[in-house]
Design a protein around this ligand. Structure first.
Ligand SMILES: [Zn+2]
Length: 256
């Protein structure tokens, strides 16, 4: 059965605090990830290919991967965009629209440092060169703590401004913090989104709900071999002994 992975990144820059190590991938490391993927027979695909796979059952290439970046940090333009251009890789950036042109105010400081977010000018330049954009709400809230009206507003307002600014339909969404309920999913569908990414780990295949897609979280300090292993096993966990544990658990499951 054909399956594909969606990789989740946040910042593409040097981490400054300890907490950022997980979320900030140094540009050199990011490029090594891309090189590893391309050198190992993985094929980059766009969100459009993923959408068509679900809506029209069009096949995806073997070993497909989609790169997503959450939140809309300015470093995506400064450090990731040149890499996407160099290797001709499509990518999807999820925007918390209320923070654009400002900073990451929703993140607690000093655990995280204040970082600049993308401007519409940067977003438009990237959009004109093949980068896709999705909604990540307006204010990056925990949607499961909001009533339906407020959730609906977060969804429709962010969708609308992206559509106004880019002049095309905004069809893709990512749940902040990966938080969702059945109801949240329903509201995302009602708002008109065609795909939505969670933070649940694992592969995706045709049986996966396109409004609850799974992703592999790439940590900023993952060496390329670790990323390779995460993709092989469809897991956020990786390490020298992980394959042994994985096969042993599968063996036990088969015996049981
Ligand atoms: Zn986020």
């Amino acid at each position: 059965m054909s399956r594909f992975v969606i990789l989740m990144y946040h910042m593409i820059s040097e981490p400054i605090t300890a907490a950022e190590v997980k979320y900030a991938c140094p540009p050199r490391q990011f490029e090594k990830h891309i090189q590893m993927l391309l050198n190992n027979g993985f094929t980059p695909v766009s969100i459009e290919s993923v959408e068509n796979y679900y809506s029209q059952n069009t096949a995806l290439p073997e070993n497909s991967f989609l790169i997503t970046l959450d939140d809309g940090f300015e470093d995506n333009y400064l450090n990731a965009f040149p890499v996407f251009k160099r290797y001709n890789i499509p990518a999807l950036i999820y925007l918390a629209t209320g923070s654009l042109g400002k900073t990451n105010q929703w993140m607690s400081q000093p655990t995280f440092t204040e970082r600049k977010m993308l401007s519409w000018k940067q977003i438009k330049e990237m959009a004109s060169q093949g980068i896709d954009f999705g909604s990540h709400t307006v204010s990056h809230p925990r949607l499961t703590e909001f009533d339906d009206d407020r959730v609906g507003k977060e969804l429709s307002e962010s969708k609308q401004i992206i559509e106004q600014q880019l002049g095309q339909e905004c069809k893709h969404f990512a749940y902040p913090y990966g938080l969702l309920t059945e109801k949240t999913r329903e509201l995302v569908a009602q708002a008109g989104f065609k795909t939505a990414c969670s933070t649940r780990s694992g592969f995706n295949n045709i049986e996966r709900d396109p409004l609850i897609l799974h992703r592999i979280e790439v940590f900023g300090n993952d060496p390329a071999w670790k990323l390779k292993q995460k993709i092989k096993f469809g897991s956020n966990k990786a390490g020298l002994f992980f394959p042994l544990k994985y096969y042993f658990t599968r063996l036990l499951a088969r015996l049981g």
